[in-house]
Design a protein around this ligand. Structure first.
Ligand code: NDP
Ligand code: OXD
Length: 309
């Protein structure tokens, strides 16, 4: 009975140490070291190389170590019939909320523009923008979207959300499904994408959707690069329909240096760092699932294979 960690971002030692400290009797291995493959029952994965799960014939669960699991479904060699779990964590949600609020405030308070003006020694006060005048629309009202919505209310923003199922959050208008998407977009001045990447949401941030936003809207994508049609965003920024975009995720990561986003004056980029699983906070739910797996109990934070999230 053991756990293998499979990821390529240099963070295996951090995860191994945190898991071992919390459960010294559980054998934890890096997929890169010699280890008994037949003993592995749980694989803790983050953007693992496709096919990396193949050697584990006794695997009982694929545990994603972030919120999004699109990379697991994309591995056609993965044993997708096994239970797949993901991270649902208050720290991850709060971190995301802080990041998105930071981007919204930098936009509304013109901080991006003033930074450029400073570099050029330009003194040019712009129209003052107040939070209460800008409605924030959140695509995806799940573990992250709901926390963001509630935090935005504290800042005085009007807030609305779009999801598959109706949400009952005081003071947050809930829009559901394709039928209500247009009404949601019509009244959204700052759009935040916090959807999972699935068959239904791939390419959702496209020209048709942008055209339904009011002129001058600002778009924030902190979900996945696959949600955005890059050329449609560039067109809508260049023709002035959108006033800017804050991007944290990209079709290809790291974003190739030749990509037009890098030098675009209306695009404000961060390197897929809006929110990062904190091992201190996340390790207990991984180990609880490992215990449940052995006890034959229902797992926490199960992903639905039908919905893809
Ligand atoms: P959840 O699964 O908790 O929430 C997903 C939300 O999207 C739900 O409200 C769901 O509706 C809604 N949704 C899904 N598909 C559709 C659809 N076709 N139409 C309408 N609504 C839909 O996910 P999380 O909040 O935990 O995470 C969201 C995403 O954020 C992750 O999948 C990941 O890609 C991204 N992420 C990015 C990070 C970063 O650093 N940039 C960090 C962490 C996550 P319903 O509630 O009705 O099911
Ligand atoms: C996640 C992410 O999905 O970091 O958790 O993108």
């Amino acid at each position: 009975m053991a756990i293998v960690i499979i990821r390529q971002d240099g963070k295996i030692p951090e995860w191994k140490e945190a898991l071992s400290a919390a459960s010294p009797s559980t054998p934890i291995y890096s997929y890169l070291e010699e280890h008994p493959k037949e003993a592995i029952e749980m694989a803790l994965v983050w953007k693992h190389p496709p096919g990396a799960l193949r050697p584990y014939k006794n695997l009982k669960c694929i545990s994603g170590s972030g919120a999004g699991v699109d990379f697991i479904f994309n591995d056609k060699e993965a044993p997708l019939h096994l239970p797949i779990t993901r991270v649902v964590d208050q720290v991850l949600a709060k971190d995301m909320s802080e990041h998105v609020i930071g981007v919204i405030l930098a936009y509304l308070k013109n901080l991006y523009t003033y930074k450029v003006d400073q570099a050029n020694r330009v003194w040019k006060p712009l129209q003052y923008k107040r939070m209460g005048d800008y409605r924030i629309g959140i695509l995806g009202m799940g573990a992250l979207g709901v926390v963001l919505a509630k935090d935005l209310l504290h800042f005085g923003f009007p807030v609305q959300g779009w999801s598959n199922s109706k949400k009952n959050i005081e003071a947050v208008r809930s829009f559901v499904g394709q039928d209500e998407l247009s009404d949601f977009l019509d009244t959204t001045q700052v759009l935040v994408c916090l959807l999972p990447l699935t068959e239904n949401t791939t390419g959702i941030l496209n020209k048709t959707l942008f055209q339904q936003l009011p002129k001058g809207a600002f778009v924030i994508n902190v979900a996945r690069g696959g949600h955005l049609v890059d050329e449609d965003l560039l067109e809508m920024l260049d023709n002035g329909h959108l006033s800017g975009a804050g991007l944290d995720v990209y079709q290809e990561e790291p974003l190739p240096v030749s990509h037009p986003f890098w030098a675009h004056p209306k695009i404000h980029m961060t390197p897929h760092y809006a929110s990062v699983s904190d091992t201190r906070s996340v390790v207990p739910q991984i180990l609880e699932n490992y215990r449940r797996l052995q006890a034959g109990e229902p797992l926490l934070n199960l992903v639905s294979k039908e919905r893809g999230y």
